[in-house]
Design a protein around this ligand. Structure first.
Ligand code: HEC
Ligand code: HEC
Length: 289
């Protein structure tokens, strides 16, 4: 009798345990799935996968020429030594939101943490869950080639103090949920402002001139304004024109969008839901709060 009671109890606890484990791994899978979308939203592949150089996914090595010198994007694959596989969740959040490495060094803003700082905890944790299950690539990150004084990472502390607003994203209660979602995407994960907003002499974003265009964008190419007062052509686009251009990369006049915007379309906007594209378009039609 006692024996039978024992086996029944054992059976019940085994069932309970496996239900919990299943639920846990299901929520982990949900997180990875959401993270895959955040990965597209953040355009990480545009910089950390050197597609043109036949680089392996997330192994970095993309050369970025800037007025301050040459940067090479690092390996952010799940390799525990040469990538970021050994990072804790807190390490990752600190890097993305504060621009500080696990060793306490400052990152250069060629890594657009200046926008990622606006990302929510949930989005960052999901993104990490996705990165954690991507293949490890054991390739050493290349050293940047920066001239003095820009090769002094410690100077970035001053740069950040002058140019980095790490406040969290605040939604505007006077606007719709969709407009606020668009504001979050453009200023946060999708970092559209990093290219479409002019920069000051120190390379910081001139936030008073949000989305007013940048004559000297990445690789020296001009980036058009996304506000009607500075770009009449764009001002005439309606919401469906904007959505179509972001989805397909073609403007209403039939011209294709290229240069660095081509990578944004390939890795980010062509992968977004219709709802998010609509949110972006709605925000761009009236970005003032
Ligand atoms: C515009 C190019 C660009 C984009 C887009 C970009 N990064 Fe980076 N990232 C860099 C550069 C450049 C560095 C190196 C910064 C430095 O050395 O100070 C870097 C560094 C990092 C680091 C620190 C790695 C280390 O070894 O310390 C992490 C983590 C990281 N990026 C994650 C991401 C994630 C996740 C995304 C997408 C949400 C992303 N990056 C998008 C350019 C980019
Ligand atoms: C890496 C830099 C970069 C980022 C990030 C970026 N853009 Fe662009 N964008 C460009 C460049 C360069 C062009 C001009 C491309 C061309 O004319 O071929 C452009 C053009 C555009 C245009 C067409 C405007 C016109 O008048 O022709 C739209 C719309 C646009 N971007 C929206 C966005 C949105 C929305 C985001 C964020 C999801 C974004 N961009 C992020 C560089 C960027």
């Amino acid at each position: 009798m006692k024996n039978r009671l024992f086996s029944v109890l054992l059976l019940i606890s085994t069932i309970l345990l496996s239900v919990t484990v299943m639920a846990e791994s299901e929520s982990e899978q949900d997180s990875v799935k959401r993270g895959e979308y955040i990965f597209a939203l953040g355009g990480c592949a545009s910089c950390h996968t050197n597609t043109e150089g036949d680089g392996k996914p997330l192994a970095g090595g993309l050369k970025m020429e800037t007025p301050f010198g040459v940067f090479y994007t690092p390996n952010i694959s799940s390799d525990s030594k040469l990538g970021i596989g050994s990072w804790s969740e807190q390490d990752f959040i600190k890097a993305m939101r504060k621009g500080i490495s696990p060793e306490g060094d400052h990152y250069y803003p060629a890594f657009p943490y200046t926008s990622y700082a606006k990302m929510t905890d949930q989005d960052l944790l999901d993104l990490k869950a996705f990165l954690d299950v991507q293949p490890a690539v054991s390739e050493l990150s290349k050293e940047h080639e920066l001239s003095f004084p820009f090769n002094q990472r410690s100077l970035m502390a001053i740069w950040k103090w002058l140019n980095f607003d790490n406040s969290e994203f605040k939604s505007n209660p006077k606007k719709s949920t969709s407009w606020n979602r668009g504001a979050y995407i453009v200023n946060g994960p999708s970092h559209c402002v990093e290219c479409h907003t002019p920069r000051n002499l120190m390379g910081g974003l001139d936030t008073d001139e949000g989305l007013a265009g940048n004559e000297d964008g990445p690789d020296g190419e001009a980036v058009p304004a996304l506000i009607a007062s500075n770009n009449k052509e764009f001002g005439d686009w309606d919401v469906s024109d904007i959505i179509f251009s972001l989805e397909v990369g073609m403007k209403p006049d039939g011209d294709f969008l290229g240069g660095s915007m081509g990578h944004v379309i390939e890795n980010t906007t062509s992968r977004l839901s219709e709802e998010d594209l609509k949110a972006i378009a709605e925000y761009l039609k009236s970005p003032e709060g």
